[in-house]
Design a protein around this ligand. Structure first.
Ligand SMILES: [Mn+2]
Length: 430
């Protein structure tokens, strides 16, 4: 295994923090024991948790107004894998990466798989890209891709997705994620019905190319880049399409792709009910698809989403094995720091949701004790599980404090010398 951050540095910083960690962990163990929870069971769950890092997330993002590049940005997939390797080495909770095609294209996918394995990384869902034109592309996606009015453009978009399936097969990826920017900006610009029909027909051709064991994840998004109508705008359209396509087609929920104030945890519950929830893109938002760091704006909502996910796991909901991924854009932070922070906040919400007393909750609900039921959720949410998260990292060789360790390592300064600044690196809000 290639060590990107000095193991000696990690060891010495962990040693400096060990007395405080033992003290805090012991106190939390006693607190949880009083609530009838064995802390070791929770640590085991925390150690098994993993969320995928998007390869585009390690580059500096931007808005449609500007992009301000940072030092030492990854130049290609090889640099991106190294940055993802740092995140995994320190947090031990990001064992896979989610690549974007063609941004991450290489000649030898098998070699790339081995390169990732050197950092302890595997591959999660492959993302196709028909929302922008590539330099050598014959037909433009200006007016849409899979739902375009032009049959040749649709065929080109289908062909790209079939290629992504082959790449996914070579990388051992479990899924293909399809998000399209197709839609309209003017009422009457296109037939809302015909666009959906064309999308479905194109997706059928992609679905037919799926090997056994690979899932097709449909990502919906309410608006942007099309602002009047988007073909797969909401979970209803996504579910209709997934049901029309067949059992290998499922829905992906991106936390930023909903109308303001929508009850996302209820959408999660509904999709679990029909066995169609198979993917997740974590981020946070204040207004729309802001792609802010997970848990930075509304950690309680993140917890409530995990409350549904952990509940589904606990009751053995059918066809429930979602691919958990981060999808963020980092405009003012070091992307490695933001991704580590988000990975830890997502793990925190998962662990907090694991502390919900589900038997007591069911009893409170049966008795119509509204405040009693709510207090049970709050008791889990308000428990500071930081010592459990740190313990899970430490027992797997990670850092007690990943961000402090990363800053002490000087990694960014080192790669800034090796990586000259590049213009137009592929990243952004997707
Ligand atoms: Mn997304």
């Amino acid at each position: 295994m290639t060590a990107l951050i000095s193991e000696d540095l990690i060891g010495s910083l962990n040693a400096q923090a060990s007395a405080a960690q033992e003290d805090d962990f012991g106190a939390l163990a006693r607190h949880l024991a009083r609530r009838g929870i064995d802390i070791e069971t929770v640590v085991t769950r925390a150690m098994a948790w993993s969320v995928a890092v998007p390869t585009w997330g390690v580059g500096t993002g931007g808005t449609r107004f500007a992009r301000f590049p940072g030092p030492g940005e990854p130049r290609h997939i090889h640099d991106k894998l190294a940055d993802c390797g740092v995140i995994q080495q320190l947090t031990r909770g990001t064992r896979t990466v989610s690549p974007h095609i063609p941004w991450d294209k290489v000649a030898d996918w098998n070699a790339l798989r081995q390169e990732a394995a050197q950092y302890g990384l595997g591959f999660d869902a492959v993302n196709s890209n028909t929302f922008q034109d590539q330099p050598d592309q014959p037909l433009t996606y200006k007016f849409g891709s899979l739902a375009s009015a032009d049959p040749a453009t649709r065929a080109q978009a289908v062909e790209h997705n079939l290629e992504c399936i082959e790449i996914g097969r070579a990388l051992g990826a479990p899924a293909l994620t399809v998000w399209i920017g197709d839609g309209t900006n003017f009422p009457g610009q296109q037939s809302l019905t015909a666009m959906f029909d064309r999308y479905l027909a194109a997706m059928e051709a992609i679905y037919a190319g799926l090997p056994d064991g690979m899932v097709l994840l449909l990502e919906h998004k309410m608006y942007e880049p099309a602002f009047y109508s988007t073909v797969i705008s909401d979970w209803g359209s996504s579910l209709i399409a997934a049901q029309a396509l067949g059992p290998k087609a499922k829905c992906l929920v991106d936390l930023g792709h909903h109308a303001p104030n929508v009850n996302i945890e209820q959408i999660v519950s509904r999709l679990i009910h029909v066995g169609k929830l198979a993917g997740f893109h974590f981020n946070d938002s204040k207004y729309g698809d802001d792609d802010l760091d997970a848990g930075s704006i509304d950690p309680f909502r993140l917890f409530l989403v995990f409350n549904e996910l952990v509940d589904a796991e606990a009751r053995g909901a059918r066809d429930f094995a979602p691919a958990y991924m981060i999808d963020q854009s980092h405009n003012v932070t070091d992307p490695i720091e933001s991704l580590m922070s988000s990975a830890m906040e997502i793990a925190r919400a998962y662990v907090q949701a694991s502390l919900v007393d589900r038997k007591a909750l069911a009893e409170a609900q049966a008795a119509n004790d509204a405040l009693g039921a709510h207090r049970l959720l709050k008791a889990a949410f308000l428990t500071d599980v930081s010592p459990i998260l740190a313990e899970a990292r430490l027992r797997q060789g990670g850092a007690q404090d990943p961000i402090t360790t990363y800053r002490a390592s000087g990694y960014r300064g080192k790669v800034a010398k090796e990586r000259p600044a590049v213009k137009g690196a592929s990243s952004g809000i997707v």
